[in-house]
Ligand binder design. Structure first.
Ligand SMILES: [Zn+2]
Ligand SMILES: [Zn+2]
Length: 277
């Protein structure tokens, strides 16, 4: 009988009416040299074996994602608020991990006074400097990265578009751009038309991007959908949804109340610099 996740941990002889020869050489799993008299039968105790090691090795990235989704769903057990919070918690922290790595690498390269390999010039400010990976299959590290001016970086990629494809392997992302608004209660504003919302599928994260700084935040489509409800549709266009960044809440996407609601809803986001591959 196969008990795949179990491991024998001990045996104890028990008196039995059936007779066999006495034995001293029995083995159950890792337990060897078990002695048993002919009239005894044997009980084997089992405990859960550690199978985590192999489980970790065989999962690929998609399976890790699927498992994470499953765990979040289990944790939420049908409560949309709990689901949203857990999903946001995990998502935002993974994004921050990546950003921390990039910030460290950038800092080290800046401290080493690296010049831009695109134009050979120095960096005048510490803002708006891109990290470019030399080998797109390798991670962000001091050895694998150079600093570039944004324009030099874009030019480098435009000259080798095929390299970007291979290097980044990015999934298609729906990107919405907003200019900066200076004399409004909001600073950025994206409209989502119903037609566009229909195009969203689970494989495509939506990205909200700022034209002036090129900063962007990624919102999983499942999460975005929870905000795109009929009562939040406005009277603009075919019933567009309004997504904004309000002046006093820079790190949140603000969803307009629409015609059937009075409350704004807010989604905390992490603004990242332009994809820096
Ligand atoms: Zn340059
Ligand atoms: Zn690059």
């Amino acid at each position: 009988m196969a008990i795949p996740a179990m491991r024998a941990t001990g045996v104890s002889p028990v008196t039995s009416p059936c007779f066999d020869p006495n034995r001293t050489d029995l083995a159950v799993g890792d337990i060897t040299a078990i002695a048993k008299k002919g009239w005894e039968c044997m009980w084997v105790r089992y405990a859960e074996a550690v199978i985590k090691t192999s489980w970790r090795c065989i999962m690929n990235e998609r399976e890790i994602l699927a498992r994470t989704r499953e765990m979040i769903a289990e944790h939420a057990s049908g409560d949309p608020d709990r689901w949203w919070y857990a999903n946001r918690f995990v998502f935002a922290r993974l994004m921050l991990d990546e950003r921390k790595t990039k910030t460290n690498v950038k800092q080290k390269l800046l401290d080493a006074n690296m010049l831009c390999p695109g134009c050979g010039k120095r960096f005048e400010t510490r803002r708006d400097i891109h990290l470019h990976r030399l080998d797109g299959d390798k991670a962000y590290s001091q050895a694998n990265c150079v600093l570039m001016h944004p324009d030099c970086h874009r030019a480098a990629h435009a000259a080798h578009p095929e390299a970007v494809e291979v290097a980044t392997g990015r999934e298609p992302t729906l990107t919405k751009w907003s200019k900066r608004y200076d004399d409004m209660p909001f600073v950025y504003w994206w409209d989502i038309a119903p037609g566009l919302a229909e195009q969203l599928n689970d494989l495509e994260p939506a990205e909200f991007a700022k034209k002036d700084t090129k900063d962007r935040c990624v919102v999983p489509v499942e999460m975005l959908r929870t905000f795109l409800t009929p009562e939040r549709q406005t009277t603009r266009g075919q019933g567009n949804w309004g997504v904004k960044v309000l002046k006093d809440r820079p790190d949140e996407l603000a969803f307009e109340p629409g015609t059937g609601s009075r409350e704004w809803r807010f989604l905390p986001v992490v603004w990242l610099e332009e994809a820096e591959d």
